[in-house]
Design a protein around this ligand. Structure first.
Ligand code: PLP
Length: 483
């Protein structure tokens, strides 16, 4: 292709306004075409490791390349070779779905490129973040005692919370053996945060879960007593409201009350399960979570928000400011003390303008629109649960409080654990290799567990019904095998 470089490419400035406008329209078409045609694509591309890299140039181009060619390569090499998280037949892990209004908001926030470090250099973005955090808090039915902010991920929201929790006890004395508690079903982000804050793997005591994978709060109380007697200093309990393997919900109220009695920081990881609270009649599932010191919910999971956005809610913002605020001379401004400077509540100085996409989305869908969608997903999940329960050769391996179902194929006459595991490994591999659906797995009570999650705005009941058909048809084609 011989195209002359444009003025934007030959000078020392940016792409010029006319060229930007033209490509902005064409990229809008690329995006709309992708979303419209998504369902025709396999969910998982048929590529081997290294295959894409081999088609990418080893060295960066010295001279400008035609824009036409750049986007043609995007369309040819990148778009078809991703695993399509937006696909209605993506039912693995947890949903991560970018709604139309969310994508538009993400685009505008890239356009403004507002860096939300402090009020002076981001007035509207700071105040919009405060507003949207308060909106989300209300949408979740949490009291006005909570404020908060956005971070990139639940892992980071949890890390910040554990730093604040530890800072609170370090203010009083300097104990050497701090301990925090989480169930044996908790996400690895708790352990990672513990590594980063220096309490180490020994500083996390796993608490056994009951047969429904919920933290056993009596065992928690005993562990705290034992540890105090042995010279540990307990400082925090991290409950999970919607665990990653089975979506089990720890007893929030019992944990919150125990933390209050014991003087411990109460953290709830509701990265996935928090979305349930968007539906008023599901809030009972999380009852007591309002006793928390900190709560993490990921709008980029079951909230239709383009990656990334994690909501960190806290009861005592000063606990975070005490842990994180440093005010070097180069950041001092005339409005300090009159407005929020979000960098004082966490590790990062520069922060993305995440509130914009959520503001646009919440106004576009309305709170009732969110509730209606979550409710539909939960209802389809309950229907799928009932299909599993009614089927002779299938069994459910965990309760289904949200929109994720844990189950396995278990034909009558086959009870050897290894054989059952291999059957289910084979079913999952076949389905994912064929690429029409994408499911994932977990290990529950040492059983290979299939996991199907619903939560995508492009999904309909028909997709869920088809997944059940495909599972049954695939199971009929696998044969039990010896190791
Ligand atoms: C997904 C998930 C996380 C991790 O979320 P990131 O935003 O990817 O860090 C943590 N906890 C739970 C319960 C999750 O489901």
């Amino acid at each position: 292709m011989t195209t002359k470089p444009t003025p934007g490419q030959t000078g020392i400035g940016d792409m010029d306004a006319g060229e930007f406008r033209e490509w902005a329209h064409r990229v809008a078409d690329l995006a709309a075409d992708y979303l419209e045609g998504l369902e025709q694509l396999p969910v998982v591309p048929n590529v081997k490791p290294g295959e894409i890299r081999a088609q990418l140039s080893d060295a960066p181009p010295v001279d400008p390349q035609p824009t036409e060619e750049i986007f043609a390569d995007y369309k040819r090499l990148i778009e078809p070779n991703i695993t399509h998280w937006q696909h209605p037949r993506f039912m693995a892990y947890f949903p991560s779905m970018a709604s139309g209004p969310g994508i538009l908001g993400e685009w505008l926030s890239a356009t403004l490129n507002s860096n939300v470090m402090m009020w002076r250099n981001a007035p509207a973005s700071t105040e919009l973040e405060e507003c949207v955090v308060a909106w989300l808090r209300q949408m979740l039915g949490l009291p006005g005692t909570f404020s908060g902010m956005f971070t990139d991920t639940a892992s980071i929201s949890t890390l910040l919370s554990l730093v604040a929790a530890r800072h609170k006890v370090l203010d009083l004395e300097t104990p050497t053996r701090l301990r925090l508690y989480a169930s044996d079903q908790a996400h690895m982000s708790i352990e990672k945060a513990a590594m980063v804050i220096g309490v180490g793997p020994d500083g996390v005591r796993p608490i056994p879960a009951d047969r429904n994978y919920r933290m056993d709060v009596d065992a928690l109380a005993r562990a705290i007593r034992e540890d105090r007697d042995a010279g540990w200093q307990p400082f925090c309990v991290a409950g999970t409201l919607g665990t990653t393997a089975s979506t089990s919900i720890d007893p929030a109220r019992a944990i919150g009350e125990l933390c209050r009695d014991e003087g411990l920081w109460c953290h709830f990881d509701a990265a996935y399960g928090g979305a349930l609270a968007l539906v008023p009649e599901y809030r009972d599932l999380l009852a007591g979570w309002e006793l928390a010191d900190s709560i993490v919910i990921n709008p980029h999971k079951w909230f239709f928000t383009p990656f990334d956005a994690s909501l960190l809610l806290f009861r005592d913002g000063d606990a975070f400011r005490n842990a994180f605020a440093l005010n070097p001379e180069y950041l001092k401004t005339a409005t300090d003390g009159q407005a929020t400077n979000f960098n004082e509540y966490g590790i990062q100085l520069g922060r993305r303008f995440r509130a914009l996409k959520l503001w646009i989305m919440i106004r576009y869908f309305g709170t009732e629109g969110f509730a209606r969608r979550i409710r539909a997903h939960v209802e389809w999940a309950r229907e799928f649960r009932d299909w599993i329960d009614a089927a002779q050769d299938w069994e459910r391996l965990a309760p289904t409080p949200a929109a994720t179902i844990c189950f396995r194929y278990h034909p009558s006459g086959i009870d050897d654990p290894g054989t059952l595991d291999r059957l289910n490994v084979d079913i999952l591999e076949r389905i994912n290799e064929e690429g029409r659906f994408y499911l994932s797995h977990a290990r529950l009570d040492d059983r290979h567990t299939l996991r199907l999650t619903i939560g995508n705005l492009r999904q309909t009941r028909a997709h869920v019904a088809e997944a059940w058909q495909v599972l049954q048809a695939t199971a009929a084609r696998v044969t039990p095998r010896e190791d």
